[in-house]
Design a protein around this ligand. Structure first.
Ligand SMILES: Cc1cc2nc3c(=O)[nH]c(=O)nc-3n(C[C@H](O)[C@H](O)[C@H](O)COP(=O)(O)O)c2cc1C
Length: 205
């Protein structure tokens, strides 16, 4: 049998760092822009993020604590997801600073708000891909014991998609060409997607 480190998370991991989000990784980053009810712009990264459905297209992220992003989405019902690319990694990181709600995180991160087509929150102009979204469900998570935790799964339908045309090669979206950045574990690990990392495997018939 292999030598294994096994643990029950409720009793601690017994390691220098919790390996949980290093194992479930790298994760795509939900770089979410919102507009508060008073018009203040907000931008923040969420790596507990993914896509969940094709038709309608649904995406979601988990806010650990009731943060400005989820509050804005609850109040306005709208948000925009922006793709984090390698050239935008530092700006994305800047936008996670814990600042008061009245601070415009587009300014803080040094990125430009560009008007969306359908929803009120702007997209990040420098990002090559954006999804305009409408809130579909805001779910408070709970543990296996049924006790609610202060984490809020925020799901939205993608109602408009914007893709920089250079990422469409003969009409096919080129995932690696966008140089997406993903979150690993620990305090600082990120991964950039390299085109050489791709391999193809078709489903059995
Ligand atoms: C790469 C990255 C991923 C993050 N992922 C999450 C996450 O999944 N959930 C969360 O609650 N906070 C996450 N954070 C922290 C939030 O971005 C941070 O708390 C931010 O200040 C929230 O902004 P807001 O209050 O304007 O919504 C992440 C930060 C970084 C840099």
């Amino acid at each position: 049998m292999p030598d294994r480190h096994s643990y029950e998370p409720r009793h601690g991991h017994g390691l220098p760092h919790d390996p949980f989000n290093a194992i479930v990784g790298p994760r795509p980053i939900g770089w979410i822009s919102t507009r508060a009810a008073d018009g203040t712009l907000n931008l923040a990264p969420y790596s507990f993020f993914n896509a969940f459905n094709y038709t309608p297209p649904l995406i979601g992220f988990a806010s650990i604590g009731w943060k400005d992003t989820v509050r804005n989405i609850e109040q306005t019902g709208e948000f925009v997801w922006n793709l984090t690319t390698r050239p935008l990694a530092e700006a994305m990181n800047q936008s996670c600073a814990a600042v008061p709600p009245e601070v415009d995180e587009f300014q803080l991160a040094g990125v430009t708000p560009e008007a969306s087509q359908i929803v009120a929150p702007p997209r990040v102009a420098e990002s090559p891909v954006a999804f305009e979204c409408r809130l579909t469900q805001l779910i408070r998570l709970q543990g296996a014991d049924g006790n609610a935790v202060d984490t809020w799964l925020t799901l939205g339908e993608v109602v408009a998609v914007h893709i920089d045309r250079h990422l469409l090669v003969d009409g096919i979206y080129d995932t690696a060409a966008a140089r997406p950045v993903m979150r690993g574990g620990g305090p600082a690990d990120y991964f950039e997607l390299d085109p050489a990392a791709r391999f193809r495997m078709f489903r059995p018939r």
